[in-house]
Ligand binder design. Structure first.
Ligand code: 4AD
Ligand code: MG
Length: 462
């Protein structure tokens, strides 16, 4: 069977010839002796029109009664037509019904809400929107690997099961091998979870960064790309319990180099997707977010804004907008603040740097002012934060003091500290939320709709 994508892309090669395709009926309009089937074979966003004629196939009556979503094997001549929507079609000479669909198939032609489609995650990849979103997701993953591999970065695989809390924020899912019907107990009668992982405490990773730093201090430039888990019980449109993160880590590189890398990566991804998924992107622009293509075009051709946290706070304080969360120096930026800065003030992606140390992780390099750290977040219109990163604290004593000051256990981080003892180097990195960049590229506003099988609190079906 030929792929519908290759029939569209190389139609000249096949015109007038007999071809075979296999796919599912998206719609059909069939009258007494003649009709049209829109077939989707999954290889391409667009459907292929199949013309069925009573005089050309021997099972016309059977075909004309088939419900949507039935799967077919088709043979016929590929014909060019003067129609912008369907420039080619197949005039069927043979149609084999592979699997007749039940007529209760829920994805009929009418428009469904995203909320409803989430309840049928086993069928939603067949809808136009999700077909486009999940294909773009795949293409973006490829673009990310291509970007880093072209720059000679080593793809480092970091563990999912880990004993350390990379963010020091305590938002980890525990894993356990304990027999919970008869668990080991502490003296006070509570369960002794320190025995979790065959006798050692373990969790699902919240970030591959610390392992990434180990690899970067051997290979210079590395990236990770894998699943991460956060046990935040938050029901927002931008947080998932399981999400994918891309974490480059670069040695002999400071925060400026880090931001340059991040900006290059985002622009590369946008260009790659515009070039490789034009049909999907045109669809998003028409049906999800009308200004999408203009915005993306604009972004690849302009420089991202760079401001410090202190400047961002000043801008927010000066604005006449009333925020739900009050703004003052030292507060964490909430989504409403982030979106105000990037959407109302700049209408462009904005790097915010040098956050107060008290709202950032222990590993960020301290600035000389004693109050801020070399952090950077990238905020984009429509989504807010898509990247969080920093220059890392490479000074052994300073890092040790910070770990103690934050109440973290020194012995949990002994190997991380040793990296600063054996040939320390200026190094930096960031984490790009994979789902967040997909939201940004598609205009889809809920993270549940850019993950095939989302894991958010209370949601683990499918
Ligand atoms: O800002 P975060 O927490 O940074 C880190 O984890 C660092 N260790 C990264 C590094 O420097 N190597 O997370 C990075 C990004 C966020 O900017 C956001 O895009 C995404 O990961 N993210 C989430 N995406 C979906 N659901 C969640 N619960 C997320 N938490 C973070
Ligand atoms: Mg962050």
């Amino acid at each position: 069977f030929l792929e519908v994508k290759s029939l569209y892309r190389n139609s000249d090669e096949y015109l007038g010839k007999s071809v075979s395709v296999a796919g599912w009926i998206r719609t059909s309009r069939i009258s007494k002796s003649f009709g049209f089937i829109e077939l989707n074979d999954g290889s391409f966003f667009k459907n292929l029109q199949i013309v069925v004629d009573e005089n050309k196939i021997d099972n016309f009556a059977e075909i004309s009664k088939l419900p949507i979503s039935s799967s077919l094997l088709i043979e016929g001549e590929l014909v060019k037509v003067d129609n912008a929507k369907n420039p080619i079609e197949i005039h069927a000479t043979k149609v084999v019904v592979e699997g007749e669909s039940d007529s209760s198939y829920p994805l009929q032609k009418k428009k469904h809400t995203f909320e409803y489609l989430r309840t049928i995650a086993h069928l939603r990849p067949r809808s136009n929107t999700f077909s486009a979103v999940f294909r773009v997701r795949s293409v973006v993953a490829y673009a990310i690997h291509k970007f880093f591999q072209e720059r000679n970065f080593v793809y480092a695989h970091t563990p999912i099961i880990t004993g350390s809390d990379a963010e020091g924020a305590g938002e980890m899912f525990r894993i356990t091998t304990l027999d919970m019907t008869n668990p080991p107990l502490n003296e006070d009668g509570s369960i002794d979870f320190s025995q979790d992982f065959f006798g050692k405490e373990a969790n699902l990773t919240v970030s591959g960064q610390l392992n990434g730093e180990i690899m970067a201090l051997a290979f210079r430039n590395i990236y990770t790309f894998g699943p991460t888990f956060r046990a935040e019980n938050s029901y927002t449109a931008r947080h998932a319990s399981e999400f994918w993160m891309v974490e480059p880590e670069i040695s002999f590189a400071d925060l400026e180099d880090n931001m340059e890398l991040a900006e290059d990566l985002i622009k590369y991804i946008i260009n790659f997707v515009l070039e490789n998924c034009p049909e999907e992107m045109a669809f998003f622009n028409s049906f999800i977010d009308k200004g999408l293509l203009d915005r993306l075009d604009n972004i690849v051709s302009s420089d991202f804004v760079r401001i410090t946290y202190t400047e961002a706070i000043d801008l927010l304080l000066k604005s006449d907008h009333t925020f739900e969360y009050p703004v003052e120096w030292g507060c964490d930026l909430q989504t409403e603040h982030e979106r105000y800065i990037t959407e109302q003030i700049y209408n462009a992606p904005v790097f915010v740097t040098d956050y107060p140390k008290d709202i950032k992780a222990f590993y960020m390099r301290a600035n000389d002012d004693g109050k801020t750290v070399r952090a950077m977040d990238l905020l984009v219109p429509g989504v807010g934060e898509i990247i969080g990163g920093s220059q890392r604290e490479e000074r052994y004593e300073v890092l040790m003091d910070r770990i103690k000051e934050m109440g973290l256990k020194e012995e949990d981080y002994w190997w991380y500290l040793e990296l600063r003892k054996f040939g320390t180097a200026t190094h930096s990195g960031f984490g790009l939320g994979f789902e967040r960049i997909i939201m940004y590229l598609t205009g889809v506003s809920n993270i549940r709709d850019v993950i095939p099988f989302p894991r958010t609190p209370k949601n683990a079906e499918f």
